[in-house]
Ligand binder design. Structure first.
Ligand SMILES: Nc1ncnc2c1ncn2[C@@H]1O[C@H](COP(=O)(O)OP(=O)(O)O)[C@@H](O)[C@H]1O
Ligand SMILES: [Mg+2]
Length: 324
């Protein structure tokens, strides 16, 4: 057996906690590369193993300002040495640019909301002229609902831009986007592991836009209703249109993305508008518990990475299996 390992590339310890537990439960060898800082000697050889990139576009909100740029360097180095990278440098390009996400979705025939990418205050305001009804702003490089605000008209946008609350996107690109009015206040996030559909989670949006599913993002302890298993903010569902799932799988395959959560919203006509691809995906423990599939998401990731390690390096068999 080689001493190859699974390497997790990330910048947020809290989000890796459930994955650590899933590896430990299965006896899988893993190491973490926390990339908020580092020194990469380009002449070095990478270690043997399977490398899982879960860098997040919102790293700057945790003080890890340049983690995605450093991750791009590390991924380029791993790929030059033909290492097995799950969610490659192309996945990272999509993670940090909603425009890149929308262009590949559209190229595969998947509807995205009408969107303008803007730089410059006058240009942001001018972009709003193209929208008849309500529109939203959001950051091109986002995550956690950064910069998502709803406006009825251009005057509201002008006041926001000139007021103290306006915060530019980390990359300076502000998106002005058609607001999709959902008859029922929910969005759906479709989870994929190993490039294949895992499950979908319906997220109640009646309370607002910041929709991080991770346990670590939870502002308060679970409510009693969630404890009792009645529908909380996040509910696992199995009613997503199969052709939409097939389309997402094609998009992911075309962009070298194997683990992701893709979000869509249904409009009044029941049409899906897809607006976010998260290559750094987190799972909601309450929703998994309520559906009787506790630990399924991170478990599926751990098993997928373990299988890849075994396939490529002939190592990583769970200790229990080796002992038997
Ligand atoms: N075009 C839209 N119309 C209506 N609601 C939207 C739209 N885009 C985003 N939202 C809401 O804002 C949330 C955050 O937007 P999203 O694009 O997913 O940004 P992030 O990458 O920061 O998660 C969504 O989950 C959804 O509830
Ligand atoms: Mg989102």
């Amino acid at each position: 057996m080689s001493d190859a390992s699974i390497y997790v590339i990330h910048e947020n310890d809290a989000w890796v906690e459930p994955l650590r537990a899933a590896f430990a439960e299965r006896g899988l060898p893993f190491e973490e590369w926390h990339l908020d800082a580092g020194c990469l000697n380009l002449e070095n050889q990478p270690p043997e193993g399977v490398f899982y990139n879960r860098m997040s576009a919102s790293s700057h909100t945790r003080g890890h300002y340049h983690a995605p740029e450093y991750a791009a360097c590390v991924l380029a180095w791993l790929e030059r040495h033909d290492r097995r990278v799950i969610n490659s440098s192309r996945a990272l390009q999509l993670e940090v640019s909603k425009v890149a996400q929308y262009m590949t979705l559209e190229a595969h025939g998947i509807r995205t909301p009408h969107t303008a990418a803007t730089v410059g205050e006058d240009e942001i305001l001018d972009a709003a002229l193209a929208f008849d009804g309500p529109f939203i702003t959001k950051h091109n490089r986002a995550g956690k609902g950064l910069g998502v605000r709803l406006f009825e008209d251009r005057e509201g946008l002008r006041a926001y831009l000139r007021g103290p609350d306006f915060e530019p996107s980390r990359d300076g690109v502000t998106l002005i986007q058609e607001y999709i009015e959902a008859p029922e206040p929910f969005i759906t996030r479709v989870e994929f592991v190993g490039g294949r559909y895992l499950y979908a989670v319906r997220v109640d949006t009646s309370e607002g836009f910041e929709l991080c599913p991770a346990d670590a993002c939870r502002a308060s302890p679970p409510t009693s209703s969630a404890d009792q298993g009645s529908p909380g903010l996040f509910t696992i569902v199995h009613d997503v249109d199969g052709s939409l799932i097939d389309g997402y799988e094609r998009v992911l395959a075309a962009n070298d993305i194997e683990i992701a959560g893709v979000e869509f919203i249904l409009d009044r006509q029941g049409r899906a508008h897809t607006y976010d691809i998260n290559t750094n995906t987190n799972y909601n423990a309450d929703a998994e518990d309520a559906a009787g599939i506790s630990g399924r998401g991170m478990g599926a990731i751990a098993e997928f990475l373990g299988e890849e390690l075994l396939r490529i390096h002939g190592s990583g068999l769970p200790h229990a299996a080796v002992a038997e």
